[in-house]
Ligand binder design. Structure first.
Ligand code: SF4
Ligand code: SF4
Length: 423
């Protein structure tokens, strides 16, 4: 293996603390993924990426920077990758999904902030995540109060640009988001030194749509009651898609989808017959947050779909590819991104409709509404969501949890009882 330690040192990382993080991952990965039986062979690619998660892709990004490309770190699926790709920039996810980073985040933030925010700030200030060291520009957004304030703290330590996300979905909000994308395009051009044109933006829209189409094919296969892939494997694929090159991501997802379609034809399942099918909805699960999927899938069920940003929200709805002017393309981008039903919007009935639609099309037996602790917006819309989903005929279990394993046994008891009740 290449000299990863030398690379991490050159990024100014705290290598000793980073060793402690790396020492935990193989056990966690082995417990959740390698212990599964009858996995699709194509998962070998994602296993390899996960095994070298702080090595392989960071090395590629550093090489790209040496060749003049710029790296943009994003915290939310609202950031329009297309504009960055069009200017020959690279996008990488920056959300922290490990409890390891939470204590460092709590040095800067109150304890009653959601773990995703604390881990993201902690990953930066503890100097233990290469992606947080490599990014030339962090791109934030005003989706929730916690993030807005965390960006002010991060901005003291890293170059940061914040996009002002609308909170409603009227036409004037869609126009406003198109305006924000236009301003962001100016910033991307300044950072990359490359000009945005309708031609390079059209190509980037196509590349990003192709990635969405490939992810959608994998999810399409998950609709089959054969269950050709576990929810944990699908989640891993999805989490890594935020870090990967979009062309390679599409290629690997299409390869996986080919295999899943063959498995469906042959009746090859990744889970025991009779496993109850679960849809999980809620806050995103950033890598390496595999806790809930692991518990569900070792309680006699399979996660068939995730209605969350590390799930259907990342690929549903394509950007119109027919626009030929920058103005038309900004509007098309805005229209696509504003279809995302995040709890930061009011009202957000579209999410309830999505959950019911997905519960039906993925043929699930029950729904788990999973919120990260201290996420107020998702918590506040939980009762209405539960009521509507139950009225549509799907049993619902609502849970609130963080990244720590402290509540794992309690969750196992509740989820086990829920799955048994479905039987
Ligand atoms: S849940 Fe909302 S704030 Fe979080 S990544 Fe999704 S769209 Fe962005
Ligand atoms: S999970 Fe909730 S509180 Fe945390 S960043 Fe997302 S929207 Fe904000």
């Amino acid at each position: 293996m290449a000299d990863r330690v030398g690379m991490w040192k050159s990024l100014g990382m705290d290598v000793k603390a980073h060793d402690a993080l790396c020492s935990m991952l193989p056990t966690a990965f082995g417990d959740v993924f390698l212990s599964q039986r009858n996995r699709p062979e194509s998962m070998a690619f994602w296993d390899m990426v996960a095994a070298d998660i702080h090595g392989m892709r960071p090395a590629e990004l550093i090489e790209a920077q040496a060749n003049g490309q710029k790296v943009f770190g994003a915290f939310c699926v609202y950031v329009p990758d297309e504009v960055i790709l069009a200017c020959d920039g690279i996008v990488t996810g920056l959300c922290g999904g490990s409890q390891f980073w939470v204590p460092a985040g709590e040095q800067m933030l109150p304890a009653d902030v959601c773990p995703l925010i604390k881990a993201s700030v902690g990953a930066r200030i503890s100097r233990t995540c290469p992606f947080f060291r490599i990014a030339d520009l962090f791109v934030g957004e005003t989706t929730c109060d916690g993030k807005k304030k965390a960006y002010e703290i991060l901005a003291k330590d890293a170059p940061l640009y914040v996009m002002d996300t609308p909170q409603m979905k009227r036409q004037k909000d869609i126009d406003k988001w198109a305006d924000e994308i236009r301003d962001f395009a100016d910033e991307v051009q300044r950072v990359t030194g490359n000009q945005l044109t309708s031609e390079n933006l059209a190509k980037a829209i196509k590349v990003t749509n192709d990635r969405r189409r490939a992810l959608a094919r994998v999810f399409e296969a998950r609709k089959s009651r054969v269950a050709p892939i576990s929810g944990a494997d699908a989640l891993l694929m999805m989490q890594i898609s935020f870090f990967d090159d979009p062309v390679r991501c599409a290629e690997m997802c299409n390869r996986l989808a080919d295999e899943l379609e063959r498995r469906i034809e042959q009746g090859v399942s990744a889970v025991p017959a009779g496993s109850k099918r679960i849809l999980i909805t809620g806050t995103p699960m950033a890598i390496p947050n595999w806790k809930l999927h692991h518990i569900v899938e070792t309680c006699g069920a399979v996660v068939a779909c995730e209605e969350m940003c590390t799930g259907t929200r990342s690929f549903e709805n394509l950007v119109d590819e027919t626009q030929t002017t920058l103005e038309g393309q900004f509007q098309a981008l805005s229209q696509r991104y504003m279809k995302n039903n995040c709890a930061c919007f009011t009202p957000n009935g579209g999410r309830i409709d999505d959950v019911i639609r997905l519960a039906r099309t993925y043929q699930v037996d029950g729904v788990i509404n999973a919120n990260l602790t201290f996420c107020t917006t998702y918590k506040l819309e939980a009762p209405a969501l539960e009521r509507a989903v139950e009225e549509a005929g799907f049993p619902v279990l609502s849970i609130e949890t963080g990244y720590s394993d402290g509540d794992s046994e309690q969750l196992r008891t509740r989820i086990g009882a829920f799955v048994e009740m479905l039987g």
